[in-house]
Design a protein around this ligand. Structure first.
Ligand SMILES: [Zn+2]
Length: 79
């Protein structure tokens, strides 16, 4: 179990929240922020890459992959 959830800032409103399974709206603080960003991100994505997003789960996987990439970059810099 992760007993030390990472604190992040909501990508939409900037409020502090946690990036953990306890926060189903991560990386946002609330469903409202998540839906706002989801809409913006999806429409950008359609314009740029014409990638189809079939489900919210697809999007979550993409977001977590992005987070993982960012983390590995940060770890690389530290080492
Ligand atoms: Zn928010």
């Amino acid at each position: 179990m992760n007993t030390n959830p990472r604190k992040i800032k909501c990508r939409q409103c900037g409020n502090e929240t946690v990036f953990s399974p306890e926060n189903p709206f991560r990386p946002f603080c609330s469903e409202r922020c998540r839906l706002i960003d989801l809409g913006e991100w999806a429409s950008e994505s359609y314009k740029v890459a014409s990638t189809e997003i079939n489900s919210v789960q697809d999007l979550e996987e993409q977001l977590e992959a992005m987070e993982a990439r960012r983390e590995s970059t940060e770890n690389f810099k530290k080492n």
